[in-house]
Design a protein around this ligand. Structure first.
Ligand SMILES: [Zn+2]
Length: 242
């Protein structure tokens, strides 16, 4: 099976101590993760972390190394409640779900302008807290974004003209086949957590793929779509029980 590393909540303010350690490790093993950058972070919790002044230069240097820069929302402020009516039935609060199409488009356009100003190429998106509604996808498509790193499944798939690269589990969980996107929140990690990640990379670096390889695993075969539906029902049921 293949693993894609997705980092969430990348902003000027974050756990740079662990980020620097990760970067060294990734360079050593030639690992190319996906970095979910919040273009205009206003989230007060995230802002409480140490700030790096040359942030956009750092992001640019990651892109030049072949790391994938993805857009993780716009300001990371949760103004809406989903009541589990969001696209993936994830629940919780949202930056996008329930906002008008105009508001959602506005956020995406403004976010993309910030990336452009800093010469960062963006082709994919994932919303804070995994929460979307139909308008989110309309707004993304209008801005030329057709790839979303979220969803249920064992392989990337196409739905609603969007390529979804599934993100299933919060913890590193090995499947015997398919692609697993591992979500990493550096701000919630301590040294022990970092050592676990280091262990994974030392043992499984041959299985860790870059974003293009992950995308190339896309399958819209009936059997794969059936598996995706199955995992959707299992996870929804699990969330209802626990
Ligand atoms: Zn986030």
């Amino acid at each position: 099976m293949k693993i894609l590393l997705r980092f969430d909540d990348i902003t000027e303010n974050m756990n740079w101590h662990l980020m620097d350690k990760c970067e060294k490790l990734f360079d050593e093993y030639n690992i190319k993760p996906v970095m979910g950058v919040i273009p205009n972070n206003q989230d007060p919790i995230l802002k409480s972390f140490p700030k790096r002044d040359n942030f956009w230069k750092v992001v640019k240097s990651w892109q030049q190394k072949g790391w994938e820069i993805s857009m993780h929302g716009y300001n990371h402020l949760y103004n809406q409640k989903t009541f589990k009516k969001d696209y993936f039935k994830h629940g919780g609060r949202s930056e996008f779900f329930g906002e008008t199409l105009n508001n959602q488009s506005d956020k995406i356009i403004k976010g993309l302008e910030i990336f452009k100003k800093n010469q960062i190429h963006i082709r994919s998106f994932f919303a804070p807290n995994h929460t979307y509604d139909d308008n989110t996808f309309v707004a993304l498509k209008r801005s030329g974004i057709f790839e979303v790193i979220d969803g249920y499944g064992f392989k990337p798939y196409t739905q609603n003209e969007i390529k979804f690269i599934p993100q299933l589990f919060f913890k590193i969980f090995f499947l015997p086949f398919g692609l697993q996107t591992t979500q990493i929140h550096l701000n919630d990690m301590n040294e022990d957590d970092f050592n676990l990640l280091k262990d994974l990379i030392e043992k499984k670096n041959q299985n860790i793929v870059n974003y293009d390889t992950a995308l190339s695993l896309l399958s819209d075969k009936k059997i794969d779509k059936l598996f995706n539906k199955l995992i959707y029902f299992i996870l929804i049921l699990k969330r209802k029980i626990f």
